[in-house]
Design a protein around this ligand. Sequence first.
Ligand code: ADP
Ligand code: MG
Length: 670
Amino acid sequence: MSIIKLETPLQYLKGVGPRLAAIFAKVGVRTIEDLLYFVPRAYEDRRNLLPIVKVRPNELVVVKGDILRVESQRTRSRFSVLKVYLSDKTATIQAVWFNQPYLTKLFRRGVRLIVSGKVEYSQYDGLLQLQVRDFEIDTGETLPIVPKYHLTEGLYPKKLRAVIASALALGLPLLTDEKIRAALLALHQPKELTVIEPARQYLAYEELFLFQLGILLNRQRYHEELQGKVLAIAESDRAEFQASLSFKYTAAQQRVLEEIVVDLRSGRPMNRLLQGDVGSGKTVIAAEAAYLTVRNGLQAIVLAPTEILANQHYKKMTELLKPLKCRVALLTAATSSEEQRAKVFKADVIVGTHALLEENVRLRELGLVVIDEQHRFGVHQRAALIKKGSAPHTLVMTATPIPRSLALTLYGDLDRSVIDELPPGRTAIKTYYVPESKRSGANDFIRHKISEGRQVFVVCPLVEESSELDLKAAEGEAERLQKQVFPEFQVGLIHGRLKSDEKEAIMKAFLKNKLQLLVSTTVIEVGIDVPNATVMVIEHAERFGLAQLHQLRGRVGRGGHESYCFLIGNPKTEIAKARIKAMLESTDGFKIAEEDLRLRGPGEMLGSRQSGLPDFRVADIIRDEKLLQTARAAARELIEKEPEIARHRWESQGERLKNSQEKLEHTAFN
Ligand code: ADP
Ligand code: MG
């Protein structure tokens, strides 16, 4: 007899052959343990099956009935509708499925079905219709509450339940933790609806706790192993820098700088994420940190995601640091030459794009790396950077207000500073939704603002990255505005296809108000600073993500003038409408990001490719944010009080999460 373990492949279960195992593998289920943790996504309460005669419109119902008749129709637009007449002793109802023609094979007269879904009046014949969300062929099982799992083709509910039942029978006794056993049993075979959520939370907590344990242990190791440069921070240097500014720091800026100074002095490499809404004053913080680094005889580099932004940072850094006798250099792909690289070697502060990471760029002694908008840098670029200096201090700046739950998961091993306050005198940007019918009114408003001396951004969406179509759309819009709408003003066009000196020239013209309107594709998305521009027009606003809309809006409201954002378009889907609504209701980047996360889910929000998000089995980082925080605190406490136990738990139980953790190590700049 073979010994069953948790990691035993599920083929060893009775009734699971290679074919079924392959299907399970597609949904990530390979072992008996995976199966135990393959938790239901929903439940159906079979204790109150509704007699069909009692079915009412606009309700979610579960009914059981025998198939009387099956009709399948195909519309002109290749849309298919399957109608099944179900009858119990009390009445008959139409159940409908859309676009699942293959189901006809299963549905024969006399077959008994249990279906759940929403009841509505049919648009065609006015009869009551049940739009099916979920169905099963009744097999006479008498479960009170039926778990619903994620199904893929070939994985049928009854079979799945049987396989899970045998996994529970064999696998549960192998689990040493009694509470986990009870929770898993409650999730797969609940006797009452009320036991489900507490069980789910228990398991989610366990998972999050382990995950945080891994992250924090990792961070501890990083701190212990890597020798950071100890910087001497003189108060006089700080005072000198701050005296050179034309403003006083906000309280938030002061607090963040204190946090940074502690890191720089600590002897451990700083590993800090600086979050702050657009215009909250991150750049000047980076400049002070760079200055303090330079005063220690070390070099600081500032990395920007695009050429335009590198140029802008270069100007800003020069403006801030040259009066303090720092040598500031720029290095981008466009400016990289033998001569320029020699300058870089000598400079104190170097601003650049990823061209700075090339092998042939030599630095003297790197003390600080500032990365602007880190999410645009890939794993390899980060690794290359580490190679350039032995554990430099790192400050990652982002205006993408990653919600707390996500930050704790993704950047759990970065310390985090938040600027949650804008410099004084900024007024909230007034945001309006402009339907096509009100466009001319908006144009009148724009005309008025330009005649007052202000300037305007008009953003057209990318249809597809760098496609001809986008260019056409933006070009067309620029031409239309110039010829038909604002012939009295100068309209410029900037897009990703232009060479960097061409872009530069256009930005310069806009900055000098030689152009009053600037039409662009999303190249201006991050960072561009034109304080005199006070109106942001976003065309086809429904095509942008929420975070992106917010970033774009942040391009205005950067000077003393009242600023406006017009969202033009025709949102059709619920999500698109919700995004516009969120924009109208809030200008707080963090609130908007929370909403974005809620609407899109974390994977999509970050771009799933390199999101590095862990694949939790039970936990849901949006829903379980509170649990995540408790779990993190508990993990931290265990590491402090019982480091051996903490390490042992991670080593023995963290196996499954190690994969995600490795991904994280890259994203999190270890
Ligand atoms: P971010 O990089 O966070 O978008 P910046 O550092 O570019 O913001 O700051 C936006 C503008 O606000 C800049 O013109 C900057 O000089 C100015 N600024 C920064 N901090 C303050 C402050 N405390 N008071 C007034 N103006 C400030
Ligand atoms: Mg900035």
